[in-house]
Design a binder for this molecule. Structure first.
Ligand SMILES: CC(C)(COP(=O)(O)OP(=O)(O)OC[C@H]1O[C@@H](n2cnc3c(N)ncnc32)[C@H](O)[C@@H]1OP(=O)(O)O)[C@@H](O)C(=O)NCCC(=O)NCCS
Length: 147
């Protein structure tokens, strides 16, 4: 297994990025300024994008594992890689997600704790309603962990 930085043509992974954030123009808000990592075992199985948010805060803007390889530990390995790589350079690793049973338990298992919510984020920023597990996502839930 190898995790490496994707320095050129980050858009080649748009299909995977869209699984975590289904509106392309929202991805474009952070893709160029973000640092992308890919996890490969033979081929690429997962990607993530992190951004410098100032004040010693690093944010995971996007993390996605190919559907058929979920629940096999790849997501947690990527988060662990980011933590190790940026330890000492940032104090806090942060992530924002919808109030979804597909994502919040994952981040909690990775050691994140909820810190605050941005009301109506998904309604105000996306051009269509976003549903996960039959539930509309409304607020952005932020979770953080010290690194
Ligand atoms: C969320 C996502 C990145 C998780 O990656 P993953 O590789 O499937 O997760 P892992 O196998 O590394 O799981 C790590 C831990 O979280 C738990 N977990 C993962 N998904 C879970 C879920 N939906 N419900 C409960 N627990 C979950 C695992 O059981 C595991 O627990 P353990 O440490 O006790 O073994 C992946 O499901 C995904 O790509 N989803 C679609 C894109 C997406 O929604 N991205 C996040 C946008 S905010």
């Amino acid at each position: 297994m190898d995790i490496f930085e994707v320095k050129t043509d980050k858009r080649a992974f748009i299909d995977l990025l869209l699984q975590a954030d289904e509106q392309e123009d929202m991805i474009m808000r952070y893709l160029d300024r973000g640092t992308m990592y890919a996890l490969a075992e033979n081929d690429v199985k997962a990607v993530c994008v992190v951004t410098d948010e100032g004040n010693s805060v690093l944010e995971i803007k996007n993390i996605a594992v190919r559907t058929e390889f979920r629940r096999m530990g790849y997501g947690k390995k990527l988060v662990g890689f980011v933590e190790k790589k940026y330890k000492g350079l940032y104090n806090v690793l942060k992530v924002g997600t919808g109030d979804s049973e597909l994502t919040i338990p994952f981040y909690e298992k990775c050691g994140f704790k909820e810190t605050y919510r941005v009301k109506n984020f998904f309604v105000d920023n996306y051009d269509h309603p976003i549903f996960e597990c039959g539930k509309q996502l409304i607020d952005m839930v932020y979770l953080e962990k010290a690194i």
